[in-house]
Write a protein that binds this ligand. Sequence first.
Ligand SMILES: [Zn+2]
Length: 327
Amino acid sequence: MRLHRTTPQRTAPSLILLHADVVRESQDAVRRAPAIEVGGKFVGFVIDPAEAVSNPDGLVGQYSAWISSRRPTAGVALVILGSIPSGPKARATATSLIPDTGFQLASFRELEGRFPEIEHLGSWHSHHPNGLGSFSAGDHAHYSSAVADPNFNLDFFLAGLCFDQRGLSSGIFALYRRESPDVPVQIGPREVFVVDGLASLAAPIRETSASRVSDQPGDTPVVAAVAAELQRRLGSWADRLVEDDAVSWIYRGWGKGNLDIVITHGSASPESAGMSLRRRGGGIDLSCDAAGPIRDLARLVRAIDSAAAISAQISSHRSGGTRGGEK
Ligand SMILES: [Zn+2]
């Protein structure tokens, strides 16, 4: 993913670490999109025990220390700490996935500014909508040409494939090498060591993705009116979440302050939006499709208010309530 080679040729890795956040992202992505292929670009670090670590407190330093204490005989390690989503303009069907490469490259560049040693290590996708039990001929052609491309920064490329909601925890992997791009090395799931409890790149990738999507919540007349009403009553949105297939805006503090309202636009149908009302600590109390039956803003706001009132009653009952009056 770079235009110029900046690191020396590397020997193939003998240890592959996969952060549990990436496994969870693959599981969530499959769950959210049952009918289309999902995937992402693997990013992380190549850690060579023969090279000095410039910053022991940085991410590379933390993983170097982890490897030298747990796997002291390991050679070069490939440490996958994040997955850059396919992006808002990705095109996906039940049998194909064409990522938004502009989005992925811009995200990578921004991450590189924060983590100079970051590398594009490979990619993963899912065959859950089509049941194809191995990499397709098209997948194979794509990966072998990716690793053979002189602009690709490494001499190897890890491809991951998953099949169901277990995501990459039960997936298969293949390592493509520049020295023989057509002959991938098959790697079983047990040869990929899942690490948890150390930092990952999940949060920086989410922040980067959010900064790349400038859409506003109200892109249809109904949602624009709802967003204006939310802004009037709650102020501007507090959080924006960008996922593979949807963007959500979260407004906090409806009702007696314990309810959040989430507006979601799916990239598969950007002309419609969903809304949900969530009580802090769990439970979705109301959700609707803004392109669906609720077209009247006043009715919608009344519905939210009554759901908020019911929700407040339920939580006051649960917490022992206001027996004997307030105070
Ligand atoms: Zn495939």
